[in-house]
Design a protein. Structure first.
Length: 446
């Protein structure tokens, strides 16, 4: 007679169960204590300036207790689920072949489906100006995320001052358009070239820096650009900014009412929504160009050099790759796309000021790249939609919006440490494994 089949569920002893329960409770209590220390001044005590100028404060201990209890219960559920999944046999966790094939097909179709939906947004929501403006904002951050993804996701260079190139592109277009009267289509490539030039200037001082030191220098570079914009009032307008920035035209045809406008030439009634729809498709085209160029560059030798630099710089040098040109091209190309996005931002707003280019913008774009999955184009797009849309979703909860945002980031980092769509596989790899000679390895066979 054969041996009885092993049970599918793991058998845990009472001592192991009590031990795991005590560990879970200990972690939950520690998390609740940390939450209490963090939230006691943020939520428990509220302060505001009174009518006489004095400080007025009041307590909100009920909300504080609810938040601490939520952290305690959430930690219990999270740790219990983690231990339960860890105790399950791998056979139970494996998906059937049909479900795996369906999941792969869904992932392949997700990108084209999102692209089709995005292209149809102005058609479906033509009468809803708020959704169109939100779509333009999301696509702007998608383009910024794809530009920063070249530096951070592909080359592995932590850049905390990416907003500097965004600002250079915006101010370059604003100054060229208002001073010389050049059109958007002439100023757009110039703004990208100037931003790429500043990217090269940033790259030279940081050629020997890595990790935290590189992040600090790039952060300082972003702050230097912002301070220059604030203090060089004769050129940039200082804190007052630059107004009266020209709007883009449809290749020379202005989007205005009248006989010379695009609507009159097409024989349709003029609507202010025409310009919004045009801007939507314009930023969509710029974002798709950024995506296409990034994908093409990954297949070229420079893209493979970026990936090698990201994985191990010492090994990259040993292979004979010029790390200086590799880093400079990553900074320059990433900055160029940031400059394009800045030029679009300037022409869309019609007004720019230093308040639009703070460190918070760099942190937001970097969070989009990290949470979406460094190196993943689809993940960056999904993360931009989730984060920017999430900010708008919680706009009515000003007091708790950043708190919910922080919880979401922590949840993603625990659940998916490599991002929503983690992608670190090399672009080029061997389809067939090669066997190493036994004379070259101590084990006897590779």
């Amino acid at each position: 007679m054969g041996q009885p089949a092993a049970p599918l569920t793991p058998a845990l002893s009472p001592q192991a169960g009590r031990g795991s329960l005590s560990v879970i409770l200990k972690k939950a209590l520690v998390s609740a204590g940390v939450a209490f220390v963090l939230f006691v001044l943020m939520i428990g005590i509220r302060t505001e300036a009174g009518p006489t100028g004095g400080l007025v404060w009041w307590t909100r201990f009920n909300e504080l207790a609810m938040m601490v209890a939520a952290v305690f219960v959430g930690t219990l559920v999270l740790e219990s689920g983690r231990q339960w999944f860890a105790a399950l046999p791998r056979e139970r966790l494996a998906l059937p072949p049909t479900l795996r094939a369906a999941a792969r097909l869904a992932v392949k179709l997700l990108g084209p489906a999102l692209l089709i939906f995005t292209a149809l947004v102005p058609v479906m929501f033509y009468q809803q100006r708020y959704i169109l403006d939100l779509g333009i904002l999301v696509l702007t951050y998608v383009m910024l995320g794809w530009g920063l993804n070249i530096v951070v996701g592909l080359a592995g260079l932590l850049d905390l001052g990416y907003v500097a190139f965004y600002a250079v592109g915006a101010y370059s277009y604003a100054l060229l358009a208002t001073t010389f009267g050049w059109s958007f289509w002439v100023c757009l490539p110039l703004a990208g070239i100037l931003a790429a030039f500043w990217g090269i200037l940033l790259g030279f001082p940081v050629l020997r820096l890595r990790g935290d030191y590189l992040a600090i220098v790039t952060l300082a570079f972003g702050e230097i650009i912002r301070l220059v914009i604030v203090n060089w009032q004769s050129l940039t307008g200082g804190p007052n900014g630059i107004s009266g920035i020209p709007r883009p035209s449809a290749f020379g045809i202005p989007l205005i009412p009248g006989e010379n406008g695009l609507a009159a030439l097409l024989g349709i009634p003029f609507s202010p929504t025409h310009r919004v729809v045009f801007l939507f498709y314009l930023i969509l085209a710029l974002a798709l160009i950024t995506n296409w160029v990034t994908i093409r560059l990954r297949a070229l030798p420079i893209g493979r050099a970026w990936e090698a630099l990201r994985e191990d710089e010492v090994a990259c040098r040993a292979l004979g790759i010029n790390t200086i040109s590799t880093k400079l091209t990553a900074f320059a190309i990433g900055a160029m796309f940031g400059g394009f996005a800045g030029a679009f931002f300037a022409t869309r707003q019609g007004f720019i000021s230093p308040e639009s280019f703070t460190f918070q913008e760099s942190a937001l774009v970097l969070a989009i790249v990290v949470l979406g999955g460094m190196g993943s184009q689809l993940g960056v797009a999904i993360a931009a939609f989730a984060m920017i849309g999430g900010f708008e979703l919680f706009r009515g909860f000003d007091q708790y919006r950043m708190l919910v945002f922080g919880f979401a980031i922590v949840f993603i980092m625990v659940w998916r440490p490599r991002g929503l769509v983690g992608h670190r596989d090399p672009t080029v790899f061997l389809n067939k494994r090669t066997t190493i000679s036994a004379d070259l390895v101590k084990e006897g066979r590779g």
